[in-house]
Design a binder for this molecule. Structure first.
Ligand code: MRU
Length: 377
């Protein structure tokens, strides 16, 4: 496929103001790469179901869905507090989801409060429809602001990550990067997180190959990263997750790039299951292991790995493949959606605000925004 991403950028979600009221339109990621199908969401249960089924997924875009979801509830006159609760709880691990919900809800509620204060002298009606219209507009503006900020964050991560790799892998010609899960335009208001770094290098002619873990059980790597890499015209190769070891052993990996669903205050990083073995392999083979995420994924209220809730998903995702059973009926299944990578295995965190690298004593406490180190500017 030679289509260029520049010509037809992937849009994982958009707000649509239709004649029958507003809708949040999602590109259904469960159908990719076979079909580019849109899901038109006009209710909160539809949106929550789309999040749970992974029709929309990936931390930064979940933040946007959370914010637009609150805006949708407000614009359609649904109970905003209820909508916010169900959206924030649709999936537990990606901190961006609850953050997006919170930002839009705060905008909504503070606008209602301001309106009430401005009109307190009026004899007026507490249920003034104008107050709710203004509050709904404020929630939408908050979602749109997050959308723009996420696009800016992607750009910064792409630039900083590409620059950091120059320092970490000096003298290499084209870089051979290994990535896991899906971290490109499908998960972002811009070009993504880890994938944005690979894309920046590709544009500079410095990407020799993107190794794409297929990412069992739901194949976000082969289906989604493969789709994005092909559209971008990148040299890419898909491998079974279990083939990564022999690839490292053959000296074919210059660096590993992953995204994150939540980075705890001590640097513990939740990301798609399969990330931890890659971090161990990378350490064993002396290969840099980079976590690329917007600062909004750093959650200082979560102190460490133990405090991160790892989503456990349904057994059928493991016992079935493409709708066919691949295990005996009733087989017990272990299906965590995420791994936690300890900070001791991370070579650097590439955030939109800068790059954090370990100090000599391997202390990793992240205390943003004041302690962002090096390579910013
Ligand atoms: O279960 P998913 O597909 O939502 O998991 C997504 C990931 O683990 C991504 O790597 C993570 O959200 C980072 S996306 C920038």
């Amino acid at each position: 496929m030679v289509a260029s991403d520049e010509l037809s950028p992937i849009q994982p979600l958009r707000w649509e103001q239709g004649p029958d009221g507003p809708a949040l339109v999602l590109l259904d990621q469960t159908q990719l790469p076979g079909a580019e199908t849109e899901l038109v969401c006009t209710s909160i249960p539809t949106l929550v179901d789309a999040i749970r089924r992974l029709a929309v997924r990936g931390a930064p875009v979940l933040g946007l869905v959370g914010a637009y979801g609150v805006a949708l509830a407000a614009a359609r006159g649904f109970e905003v507090a209820d909508a916010a609760g169900s959206l924030a709880n649709a999936r537990p691990t990606a901190v961006n989801l609850s953050l997006g919900v919170r930002r839009a809800r705060e905008a909504y509620e503070s606008t209602l409060k301001d309106y009430a204060e401005r009109h307190s002298a009026d004899s007026g009606d507490a249920e003034d429809p104008q107050a709710f219209r203004e509050a709904a507009a404020a929630a939408l503006a908050a979602a749109q602001l997050m959308h723009r900020q996420d696009a800016d964050a992607s750009r910064r991560m792409g630039e900083l990550g590409a620059r950091l790799l120059d320092e970490l892998v000096p003298g290499a010609g084209g870089l051979r990067l290994l990535t896991h899960c899906n971290t490109g335009r499908l998960v972002s208001g811009g070009e993504g997180t880890a994938f944005a770094v690979a894309l920046a290098l590709h544009r500079q002619g410095r990407l020799a190959r993107l190794w794409v873990d297929e990412t069992r059980p739901l194949l976000q790597g082969s289906r989604l990263t493969g789709y994005e890499a092909a559209r971008s015209g990148m040299p890419y190769t898909i491998l079974a997750d279990s083939a990564a070891g022999s690839l490292f052993a053959a000296g074919e990996v210059d660096a590993v790039l992953i995204g994150a669903d939540r980075i705890a205050a001590d640097g513990s990083t939740a990301n798609k299951v399969g990330s931890y073995p890659l971090a161990v392999l990378a350490r064993h083979h002396g290969v840099p292991f980079l976590v690329v995420a917007p600062e909004s994924t750093v959650d200082l209220e979560t102190p460490d790995a133990e405090a991160i809730t790892v989503e456990q998903r349904s057994a059928h995702e493991v016992t079935e493949f493409a709708g066919r059973s691949v295990a005996p009926p009733g087989a017990a299944v272990y299906n965590p959606a995420f791994d936690i990578v300890p900070p001791s295995l991370v070579s650097a965190y590439v955030l939109d605000s800068g790059v954090l690298v370990p100090n000599e004593s391997q202390e990793w406490r992240i205390s943003l925004p004041s302690v962002v180190q090096i390579t910013d500017g």
